[in-house]
Design a protein around this ligand. Structure first.
Ligand code: SAM
Length: 384
């Protein structure tokens, strides 16, 4: 969940906003219907109105939608911007849009199933011949040699007093979003190449993979791969999330090497990458001129610690804690009609338990699932 400051940082990324603004200007005609999927605090929704949209459906599951709504009201646009607090996939809209806009990217384009969400919106919300923004993202890779990055990642685990090699091994097989400005353009020690493309006009594929040949631009001891994207919003309008782009709202991904790879200027290096879009499972390997291979996977990383792997086996007997069972029951009662208080009373009565105890668990409902979309308030959600 983003806070308001994070939405501000996204707007402050002028390269990103300018690219979207120019693409929207080219796409939106006076009188158009626009869907703003993942509207955040409503910046693109308001911009769409300024460009002449007759109606904008601003769809956003997070509470930031209230900022969009308040801003629409303040700017006299409340009749034109309909703010809906929901995931796009949970919604039906009364009409199809001429333009569907989204930027659901996180650190990289494959963030939390955003491709499936955009493809779903394209299929169900966009009219035939309508415009979908963005068009595609191209994922790039290059080898990195950066002492500050290695130190940021590993030095806490060998601080001269306590040495924890187990932590370092797990971190070396985990994909990291680097703090802004940690990685410099100069730290890229090979050519870069595109290894996969996210096509928003295509199918919601589950995996992206690719193999590329890179050339060492200088002799160095490489300690990982940097992955970033070029976003094409519409034909001829693009921006990049390349390391060190000033003011980027997105962070560069770093895939460490367990063992440093020594390269000489002019060496050829083969790199293979693959990621499952939703599960966040990554594999990466690099083969240098010396023939040494570095095959790594998040399956050996932080995610599947030994105790967690056992849980993936068919023999595992899952157990829900009492408070989790209460929350599950509460979720099953959440139909958009009962209040949190009423749900608490219902469960306390069912279980013969103390209302206070149930209430503290049920309160979590307000955080974990959104309320009734604003346009359905007063109606039962099933009565669309
Ligand atoms: C990167 S922010 C972009 C915010 C704003 N559109 C902007 O460009 O400044 C992505 C937003 O999409 C929302 N989001 C993610 N998945 C979504 C989905 N399936 N349906 C609707 N919104 C979604 C997130 O909650 C987040 O607010």
């Amino acid at each position: 969940m983003y806070d308001l400051h994070s939405y501000g940082r996204m707007i402050a990324d002028r390269v990103r906003v300018d690219a979207y603004s120019r693409a929207m200007k080219a796409a939106i005609r006076p009188g158009d219907v626009v869907v703003d999927l993942g509207a955040g605090a409503g910046y693109f929704s308001i911009l769409a109105c300024l460009l002449g949209a007759r109606k904008v459906y601003a769809i956003e599951p997070e509470p930031s939608i209230w900022v969009a709504k308040a801003s629409a009201r303040d700017l006299g646009l409340e009749d034109r911007i309909e703010c809906i607090q929901a995931y796009g996939s949970d919604l039906e809209l009364p009409e199809r849009a001429d333009v569907v806009i989204s930027d659901l990217r996180g650190g990289i384009s494959t963030f939390q199933g955003n491709l499936a969400a955009v493809v779903d919106a394209r299929r169900r919300f966009l009219r035939e011949g309508g415009v979908l923004l963005p068009l595609r993202d191209t994922l790039h890779v290059a080898l990195v040699a950066s002492e500050p990055v290695a130190s940021w990642l590993f030095s806490p685990w060998s601080d001269g007093v306590v040495d924890q090699a187990a932590a370092r091994a797990l971190l070396a097989n985990t994909v990291h979003a680097l703090p802004r400005d940690l990685l410099r353009e100069h730290d890229l020690v090979t050519s870069s190449a595109a290894w996969a493309t996210v096509e928003y006009h295509g199918e919601a594929v589950a995996r992206l993979s690719g193999e590329v040949s890179l050339v060492a631009t200088r002799s160095a001891v490489a300690n990982g791969l940097a992955v970033w994207f070029d976003a094409e919003i519409t034909d001829g309008i693009a921006f990049s999330n390349r390391p060190e782009r000033p003011g980027s709202a997105y962070r560069t991904m770093f895939l460490p090497f367990e063992e440093a790879l020594e390269i000489e200027q002019g060496d050829g290096i083969q790199v293979a990458l693959s990621t499952s879009i939703d599960a966040g499972l990554w594999t990466w390997e690099a083969r240098g001129a010396g023939g040494r291979e570095h095959k790594q996977s998040t399956l050996r990383g932080e995610l599947p610690l030994p105790g967690m792997l056992a849980r993936l086996s068919g023999e595992h007997r899952p157990y829900r804690r009492k408070d989790e069972r209460t929350l599950d029951r509460a979720k099953s009662l959440a139909d958009g009609m009962l209040t949190v208080r009423e749900i608490g009373v219902a469960i306390a009565t069912e279980n013969g338990s103390d209302l206070e105890e149930v209430r503290s668990v049920v309160k979590g409902l307000g955080v974990t699932i959104p309320g009734v979309p604003m346009h359905l308030r007063g109606k039962h959600p099933s009565a669309k």
